[in-house]
Design a protein around this ligand. Sequence first.
Ligand SMILES: [Fe+2]
Length: 399
Amino acid sequence: MTEARKQQLQAELNSLTVHQETRVGWDENTPPNETLDQYGNLLAQNRGVVPVPDNRSPKRRIYDDPTVETLRAHLRKHNGIRGLEICDPSEVERAARIFRRDGFVVIRDLLNAEQLELWRAGCAEALRQILDTPGPGERKYMTETGRLPHRYSYGTCSASRQMLHHPAWANMLDLPTTTPIVTEIFGSSDYRVWGSGGDLCLPGAIEYQHLHSDGRDGQHLSEARIEGAKRVGVEFNTDSSGNFDVPTLKLIMEMTPPTVTINFLMADLTWENGPIRQIPGTHVVEQPPPITDDEPDWMRHSTLVGAPAGAGVFRDNRAWHGATPNLSKVVRALPNVEYAAPWRTQDGFKIVMPHEMWETLTPHAQKMCEWIKAEPGVWPPGAGIMHPLANEREEAAKS
Ligand SMILES: [Fe+2]
């Protein structure tokens, strides 16, 4: 890469925001569906984590390429859930009802102007770090290991796997607009913070990410989970041998999501900028979602178009969801906070929050973070290092 081009890319990054038009993205030198391994090698044959290609994507990553224009015209006409309900933060019971029915709910005005500003700045800063490494050959950026081009996760790009060393993320754990709704969904305020990261796509992320659930629900029937179901009003019925009958078992699982994630919107979601897609009612479906090649159009259009900046989507992590093409000139960033149900054990929680950050939190947030905070003077491994390649992150976490 020439010095002039390097300087041009640096200038693009310096002026980057996650809510206004930017020249970042739209790298025509990154072919559709191209992936990299943990060292940054181009994957002819997929090794390691296997992303699912979108074989229906536009042919070239160029803003006004005819195949992009065709997809753009299609999305303008069809993208977005018709009649998407959007709640006010005060509608706590309605929000929980929609969440349990659909596996997600959109709430507006979660962030005030100051919080939105803080998080936008944090998202731009972390994204600059991620994009700082040029890609192989003439490519503008290093694609994240195991992901489709122009798609990154703040969580997985952080060498600590979370963003809770950063004040923008740590400050959003306990908000007057979100805590009552999370408490209503879990039926208790004894839930925990699991982590905080979120995903983003650059302008020119032309491929659909495959539909997936975040994590698997083992559906173990622990005493604590049964208690959790009772707290949210599940009525218990038994069969002739005195065990819970099948409808009761199903209802216990439906009403007790192991994890609830809130993804916050840094910009309005439009038909063009890669709105997240959620498939209603799939939070308790045992079948896997369709592979990308088989996904019907109605699922590809089942996106949260119309949700405004400062809003958030509360997601049951089990519900099928996926990212969609960003054909705009604006980054689509959805930083998140992930909460673990009160009935979960400490199994799998990792130390990701510095003690000094924990000290700045509200009492409720401090309680929620007891299982993930470091001891005084101990820095969580990898915290503060952002890199698109898995190998670089592993090395950073070791040193
Ligand atoms: Fe996901």
